[in-house]
Design a protein around this ligand. Sequence first.
Ligand SMILES: *Cc1c(COP(=O)(O)O)cnc(C)c1O
Length: 355
Amino acid sequence: MSTGYPAGAGASSLIAADGERWIDLRSDTVTHPSPAMREAMFAAQVGDDVYGDDPTVNALQAYAAELFGYEAALFAPSGTQTNLIALLAHCGRGDEYLVGQDAHTYKYEGGGAAVLGSIQPQPITNEPDGSIALQDIEAAIKPQDFHFARTKLLALENTIGGKVLPQQYVAQATSLAHAHGLATHLDGARICNAAVKQGIPLQDAVKGFDSVSVCLSKGLGAPVGSVLCGSKGLVEQGKRWRKMLGGGMRQAGVIAAAGLYALQNNVQRLAEDHANASWLAAELAKIGVLQVSVPQTNILFVTMPRDACEGLNAALAAERIRVSMAPTLRLVTHLDVSRPDLEKVAAVFAYYFKQ
Ligand SMILES: *Cc1c(COP(=O)(O)O)cnc(C)c1O
């Protein structure tokens, strides 16, 4: 079957409005669906998913549940929404969840748990490796006393800032939470990166968590969507919250097909993104004035003199390289940037700082 898309569109092509291709390192959310993914979308069988009738959404949910080792899964438009659905399903009004100060669900989701769920976040400072210290978790669990919000949930994030939480830590933290009667949720927007990096099955990477939210639209390359995996009961409750939040979609199979394709084809290849990030970090580290992180997965950070930002940004833009410029710059590799693209990026950095 042909979709009529021009050959070569999609994979490794970021066509800007003016038709020029850009190398975009701002995030792994900028990928375009590949021709093969678009074929899968074109061919998708659809139905009305609010009625539960969409066979492709149902297939994606069944596949994700099986892949991550849960009873059920729920497809939603974004990771912000699957995280919020999980928080709403685990916690009620006047409950609280323990969460890292740097965590996406606390810091980057508009305070949704508090605003829409009347759920109090109890943020805790993250350790340099992204974990939350076990003694800090324990100390933050409130006694049962009417002065306090009821501590109901521990939420962790993996990867966090591109860092992989150690498996032993995850086991300890989730056991500790369960021992205190708390539920556990994983913001696994990039859990596939964590699993691939460690060479472990996805099911092992999410062990200990009662629910996990996984983004299909980051390194996995789908244009839209996240899945929330958990027990049948949690997903049933989740459907109610999803409808209330406006995430009940109709012929959503068109986008679910992309997510299914992503889970079936784009997980193991994340290793390439990790290798590319390591390669780029090593190249940039050769430039004396830059401080470069050692990336564990597909995210690296480059700290540069503040006064270099504007000029470097212009030099990169002149070569159609897009970054979110900052004195500590985050660069993210993904399936639409190749090694030759990164060679060009490294060359622009080297040229700029040699002047
Ligand atoms: C991207 C991301 C999300 C969800 O983002 P959406 O853009 O709403 O899909 C959640 N958590 C983390 C850690 C993320 O990186």
